[in-house]
Design a protein around this ligand. Structure first.
Ligand code: SAM
Length: 281
């Protein structure tokens, strides 16, 4: 092991066999493993008979721990950072530590491996040439919808992480804010026994999620097809579309278009065409 080096080591996202030979070698040989949750990681390390000393580094102690770990690296010790699952720093702690170590002039080396976002992209069948990883959106509906509104015109495939508690709400908000016609995919329990990818429009995926409580259990990556260039239209301002979505909840589509047109100055016919496309009306 190179002395004074921080290794960022990816671990499995479910199937324990998804660990690389290099990861095992590094985890065995470093002086210390910094883990998000030491008890959780102990199970993985035990499975591979790795007895390296563990300390915790999580969101709440990362700044303090960074100083301590930089000191160790300065003394020539080597350290590996792992998270509970997948690649550290991807919706996981670590960037403050990596920054501190780089600023102190010590090498940071990647030991790549599983990442739920990339695993989902590789099997969903949505475009992968450009994607925007948005991680977890807020647990609060208003903030979540605002974040989606900001992504309305994004042409890259959108990638979200979501917990089983909010998977239904997230798909409902996608339908409401991004419209009901794009292809989306929910990839759940990747690499585990019940790995499933379900694709369709937001209403179709919502039906599937709600058809069986088991469909809502597990860990999820949600992918959304990007905004298509031919949808592009001056009236597709996120605020106008949101106003249209809200008005549509209260009145028939034609009336909603007339009201939003009156309030925003957007041409009524264009609003109507877009509403038909976006909401499958
Ligand atoms: N660092 C991890 C990575 O590289 O993907 C992500 C950590 S983040 C705290 C955990 C979230 O990742 C879960 O809530 C879920 O959205 C997603 N995730 C992790 N494992 C997954 C799996 N096996 N199947 C689907 N999604 C998963």
């Amino acid at each position: 092991m190179a002395s004074g080096t921080l290794y960022i080591v990816a671990t499995p996202i479910g199937n324990l066999n998804d660990i690389t030979l290099r990861a095992l070698e590094v985890l065995k040989q470093v002086d210390l493993i910094a883990a998000e949750d030491t008890r959780h990681s102990k199970k993985l390390l035990d499975a591979y008979s790795i007895n390296t000393r563990l300390i915790s580094v999580h969101d709440h102690n990362e700044a303090d721990r960074a100083g301590f770990l930089v000191e160790l690296l300065g003394k020539g010790q080597s350290v590996a950072l792992i998270s509970d699952a997948g690649t550290p720093l991807i919706s996981d702690p670590g960037y403050r530590l990596v920054r501190a170590v780089r600023e102190a002039g010590h090498p940071v080396v990647t030991i790549p491996g599983a990442c739920a976002a990339v695993a989902a992209l590789s099997i969903a069948g949505l475009p992968t040439d450009r994607f925007l990883f948005a991680g977890f959106l807020s647990a609060k509906q208003q903030a979540r919808r605002t974040a989606l509104e900001e992504l309305l015109r994004e042409s890259a495939t959108l990638v979200f992480y979501e917990s089983p508690k909010r998977i239904v709400e997230l798909v409902q908000d996608i339908a409401q804010v991004l419209g009901e016609t794009r292809q989306i995919a929910v990839a759940k329990e990747l690499t585990k026994t019940f790995e499933t990818v379900h694709t369709g429009t937001p209403p179709e995926v919502l039906n599937w999620l709600q058809a069986d409580d088991n469909h809502q259990r597990g860990e999820f990556v949600v992918l959304v097809e990007g905004f298509a260039a031919d949808e592009s239209d001056a009236v597709l301002d996120p605020k106008i579309l949101r106003a249209l979505a809200l008005a549509r909840e209260q009145m028939p589509l034609k009336k909603a278009c007339a009201l939003v047109s009156e309030l925003t100055g957007a041409p009524k016919n264009q609003l109507y065409d877009i509403a038909l496309k976006q909401f499958n009306a």
